[in-house]
Design a protein around this ligand. Sequence first.
Ligand code: B16
Ligand code: MG
Length: 218
Amino acid sequence: MLRACIFDLDGVIVDTSRYHFLAWKRLMESLGSDLSEEENNCLRGVSRIESLRLLLRMKGMSVTKEQFESLIELKNTWYREYIAGLSEKDILEGALELLRELRNKGLKLGLASSSKNAREVIDRLGIGMYFDAIVDGSMISRAKPDPQIFLLCAGLLCESPSECAVFEDAASGIEAARSAGMVSVGVEAENSLERADMRVRSLLEADIDKLSECVNLR
Ligand code: B16
Ligand code: MG
């Protein structure tokens, strides 16, 4: 029986991926390189440290440990500048309606984001009151696709993983949900998350009855 829904943040509830892209692009340009939108797609749902490792590998660049630390810091400073103007208007279509519908149905709600800035984003959007549990990047030691973030969230919600569904926009998040033994819903405009149990282009298309059936059929 479906008892809880766990939401990713970036790309599912709010489109902060644009700001991550701008900050990474600015960082790569400061190093005399560049970043295309396609290259940036590989970073979706990936932790900050792993993103920089990937970028440097992709561009055949190497930096010292100290430089790595300061680059990570700089990217985050720029990213935080970009998200300073976030407000309720930036919540993606269908998200608020879905959160309200799920709560009205008596389901528990969790938020599980790899971002260490997740709480600031949630505060700026004014949506903290919808969630019974929030797990952010500072609470985990292993990034998605490891299931740790979703298992921790289910634990805080006091629900069994098999009775939780996850809404995710990144392939790494879908893998994490699968490994956690949870039903996964891929939320992505191109509808390309083939490994997800269900797929929607936005939360507007989410159908709770179908999702419940999917959980019951397992
Ligand atoms: P930060 P999510 C992820 O958030 C983003 O999708 C990913 O692009 C970002 O690198 C990661 O958080 C870390 O974010 O630098 O703010 O700690 O999709 O798991 O909500
Ligand atoms: Mg995401």
